[in-house]
Design a binder for this molecule. Structure first.
Ligand SMILES: CC(C)(COP(=O)(O)OP(=O)(O)OC[C@H]1O[C@@H](n2cnc3c(N)ncnc32)[C@H](O)[C@@H]1OP(=O)(O)O)[C@@H](O)C(=O)NCCC(=O)NCCS
Length: 325
């Protein structure tokens, strides 16, 4: 018997959900502990939930949905994964339409999702097209074998920046452990990230929103504890001017880093700061045994030139779709 059940946050559900996700994931591995952790530290002021699809009590699919913050509070972002053995039975539509029923009660007027240009997402893409979703953004995705990056080539650049008093620090290992030397560290870092984040292209129908500082800090401490790759900051005379964060999940893929973001203040751009942040990050990650970085950018973001120059290779694009309801 096919039935949809609500999510009750049990360990068994987290394990089973990771199993389903890993049937669909094409270049990442989910670990139930990471999912459980991210669920436990979620911002509870935002609606976030899941619906689980069972065939005779065996999990065969799930839809995850989450409300946007502030101006985006009528938008819901979702991820839909189904065991491919159950393709062509209308089960994606079943989960999707059940989610619509739920989110409409919260005044939702737009739904948004992302898929990859990869065969594992073909059936979901068909559903999106049938339901009248619009492609609102295309993102380049890349992977880099860090062992092949010619870091030495960039030493003169780093030297030049350092001679202009632009210094690079590891936020967890050099700053957070010596916080007296860096007053207001986390406030300054959050502010820098908020300023640069607003220049990251996102679909027209979504706004950039700022997380409350308290929640940002909670996520930052969790990152330092559970998935720290590197959080590098460029500082000139106490001014925080650029940063990048790379996450590593030791339980699932200890040799792989996932770029969170990279940003440089407008007045310091085109000096090679982003390139230097990447090189410094690559060196530190190699020391920790990380050999690959995955990253993505909106297709026209100039960041792609930096990635290509460093030797990042393209992997399947990701595609953002949305629909007004
Ligand atoms: C993307 C970003 C991080 C680049 O930072 P940066 O310090 O200016 O980058 P670099 O100086 O290292 O640039 C290296 C090369 O990349 C290319 N590049 C960088 N910015 C460019 C731009 N706006 N237009 C065209 N090419 C650009 C150039 O080839 C440049 O070399 P050049 O200056 O010798 O021509 C910065 O523009 C930014 O913070 N943008 C907003 C946040 C964002 O979009 N982040 C990326 C997605 S997470």
């Amino acid at each position: 018997m096919i039935e949809i059940k609500i999510f009750t946050e049990t360990d068994k559900e987290f394990v089973e959900l990771a199993r389903i996700d890993n049937l669909v994931n094409h270049d990442s591995i989910d670990h139930p502990d990471d999912d459980k952790n991210s669920w436990q530290i979620r911002d509870k002021s935002i609606i976030r939930d899941r619906l689980l699809l069972y065939d005779k009590n065996i999990l065969i699919g799930a839809i995850y949905y989450s409300q946007g913050r502030d101006e985006n509070n009528r938008t819901f972002f979702y991820t839909l994964n189904l065991d491919p053995a159950y393709n062509h039975k209308g089960y994606r539509y079943l989960l999707y339409s059940k989610m619509l029923e739920k989110v409409k009660k919260f005044n939702c007027n737009m739904v948004h999702t992302s898929i990859y240009e990869h065969p594992n997402y073909k059936e979901h893409k068909k559903l999106l097209i049938k339901e009248g979703f619009k492609l609102v953004q295309t993102n380049r995705e890349y992977s880099c074998d860090l062992r092949k990056v010619d870091v030495r080539k960039y030493y003169p650049l780093i030297k030049k920046l350092e001679s202009e008093d632009i210094k690079f620090y590891d936020s967890k290992e050099e700053i957070a452990s010596d916080i007296k030397k860096f007053p207001n560290h986390f406030k300054k870092l959050e502010e820098l990230e908020w300023i640069t984040e607003q220049d990251i292209p996102i679909p027209d129908d979504i706004s950039h929103t700022r997380m409350p500082f308290k929640h940002w800090l909670k996520l930052c401490h969790d990152f330092y504890k559970n998935s720290y790759g590197i959080h590098l900051i460029a500082i000139k005379n106490n001014k925080y001017l650029g940063a990048t964060d790379i996450h590593v999940y030791p339980k699932s893929e200890p040799h792989k880093g996932w770029t969170g973001s990279i940003g440089v203040l407008k007045e310091f751009r085109r000096k090679g700061v982003a390139t230097a942040l990447k090189i410094k990050a690559i060196e530190k990650l190699l020391e920790k045994g990380v050999t690959e970085i995955r990253t993505d950018n909106e297709e026209n973001n100039p960041m792609y030139k930096i990635n290509v120059a460093l030797g990042f290779k393209p992997v399947p694009f990701s595609l953002d779709y949305s629909k007004k309801i």
